[in-house]
Design a protein around this ligand. Sequence first.
Ligand code: NAP
Length: 247
Amino acid sequence: MRIAVAGATGNIGALTVAALERAAHDVVRISRSLGVDLTTGDGLDAALTGVEAVVDATSYTGADRDAAVAYFGTATQNLLAAEKRAGVRHHVLLSIVGVDRVVGNAHYAGKREQERLVTEGPVPWTIVPATQFHDFAATVTGWTEQDGVATIPPLLVQPIAPEDVADVLAEIATGAPQGRYRDVAGPDLQDLVDMARRTNDARGHAVKLVPTWSSVLGPEMAGDVLLPGEGARIAPTTFDEWLARQR
Ligand SMILES: NC(=O)c1ccc[n+]([C@@H]2O[C@H](COP(=O)([O-])OP(=O)(O)OC[C@H]3O[C@@H](n4cnc5c(N)ncnc54)[C@H](OP(=O)(O)O)[C@@H]3O)[C@@H](O)[C@H]2O)c1
């Protein structure tokens, strides 16, 4: 099957390409560094020739809410319109568990706009809500790290291995559209501060962590807000198993 992965050079996108290629699919890689830009539409029509399914694993990291909504909105509209022209039969979107419960965060606002356009769009779809990835804690400390000090909120999460997310996306992309899929999560509850400390230790990266609710991720993410719902699909790889591979 010919399947395109948007965000093919990213964390999850690259692993999804690898999972699809292991299963002998013909994979088209989409990213700006590879000459295809969802924001302008450049290269999209040529990239989607003969493609049956598209996985959207692109991302945007800006902290301004309007810019995030505009980015995800424009990119998603361009991608869906090109898919329609190319006769793509299945659009698979990687989203986030609890995206409707976190109203103030810019990235989540952008993801809600992306979900809205996909659900109202012209291409049959599956939206896959995933919990935070095992590398999320180190990503978060990376946002603020300066002179060996970084802030981190004490979030309760049930993180999932990036490889497991990619395997789920690859499996879903090769099947029929399913609408909103079950939440997808890892097997164990974790505290984000502890995850950050252990990840940076395993990588030999010395960072002093300052727990706070006053940085990028605020108190509206506290409690059970980020945890998967009833009937979630639980992926196999524990945080400890993933951590052992970071050393
Ligand atoms: N981090 C988490 O814990 C978590 C949890 C659940 C869901 N998610 C979701 O997972 C998704 C993927 O995250 P990630 O961490 O794998 O992302 P990432 O590593 O930042 O990769 C983003 C990818 O998107 C491409 N891209 C960005 N803008 C593009 C554009 N205009 N046109 C074409 N390609 C573009 C990038 O390549 P170029 O720069 O070359 O364009 C890159 O390949 C995100 O949407 C996020 O919301 C994340």
